[in-house]
Design a binder for this molecule. Structure first.
Ligand code: NDP
Ligand code: 8X3
Length: 254
């Protein structure tokens, strides 16, 4: 098959969860995909599921600017015009409230969820500009940016950064072709809680007796966003499973 006229999505965190589901959905619909993440084996598995020339994979560490630059500089010509950037890779570490926290975990969240998104965005802008009308950036925030909960401390704050950066970036790009969306999911089943807690048991417990969002739900939203007519910018999408609600702030008595 000839993919020369196909559009291309660049995905951070394509090795798991939302990123992996989005990579598959776009590839199934004829797009070319650039899949990135640290786990090379998983990237190769993803690539092998599709036709030769459709998926370009490259290991990339969001906490390392030189790794980001190297991955983007080495994009093959076939995958170097980027129609959609899915800034998805990220993580939470720790569930305990302040002060029972680890400065190292805080630093990793800031480096990954904030600096990683900034470095990828800045380095990919020329490639998005080349795509012209209809190009888009989808940044993954979280409901944790707006709804506080104990233990959400730095994770939620990094996602509040993502949300405001999305809006500010749109202001800076005004008059150009690139759209920007802040996509803010609630509870979803992926490796997120396993990474956050390091515990299979905690992971199982969180999803007990509840129907969370699944990565495919997010992939479908990214597809919708990336395929709107070029003059339409959806600023923000907040999505939760029906089992979750934006509840009232809690009150502590006594
Ligand atoms: P997963 O843990 O399943 O996937 C996270 C992805 O991020 C992996 O592909 C991982 O790749 C990548 N990643 C993490 N750290 C780095 C790094 N240093 N360098 C490169 N890639 C990295 O979780 P989700 O799919 O759920 O998470 C995707 C995004 O969605 C995250 O930003 C998360 O904060 C956000 N989110 C998740 C929600 C949920 O309930 N699941 C709800 C709201 C938002 P690798 O380890 O191979 O590097
Ligand atoms: C993940 C959603 O509420 O578990 O971003 O932190 S939450």
């Amino acid at each position: 098959q000839d993919f020369s006229a196909a559009k291309t999505i660049f995905i951070t965190g394509a090795t798991s969860g939302f990123g992996a589901a989005t990579a598959r959905m776009f590839a199934q619909n004829g797009w070319k995909v650039v899949g990135t993440g640290r786990r090379e084996e998983r990237l190769k598995e993803l690539q092998a599921e599709f036709l030769e020339g459709q998926i370009h994979v490259v290991p990339m560490d969001l906490t390392d600017e030189s790794s980001i630059k190297a991955a983007i500089d080495a994009l093959p010509e076939s995958h170097s015009t980027i129609d959609c950037l899915f800034n998805n890779g990220g993580l939470a570490l720790g569930v305990d409230p302040v002060p029972n926290v680890s400065r190292e975990q805080w630093r990793t969240m800031v480096d990954t969820n904030i600096m990683g998104v900034l470095d990828v965005t800045l380095n990919l802008l020329p490639h998005l500009k080349r795509a012209g009308k209809g190009a888009s950036i989808v940044n993954v925030g979280s409901i944790a940016a707006r709804f506080a909960y104990p233990g959400g401390n730095v994770y939620g704050a990094t996602k509040a950064f993502t949300r405001q950066f999305s809006y500010n970036l749109r202001a800076d790009l005004a008059g150009g072709d690139i759209r920007v969306t802040s996509l803010e999911p609630g509870m979803a089943k992926s490796e997120f809680t396993l990474v956050r807690t390091g515990s299979e048991e905690a992971n199982e417990k969180l999803y007990e007796d509840v129907l969370p969002l699944v990565p495919q739900d997010i992939a479908e939203i990214v597809w919708f966003l990336a395929t709107r007519p070029a003059h339409v910018n959806i600023n923000c999408v907040e999505v939760m499973p029906v089992a979750q609600t934006p509840s009232a702030p809690t009150i502590t008595r006594g």
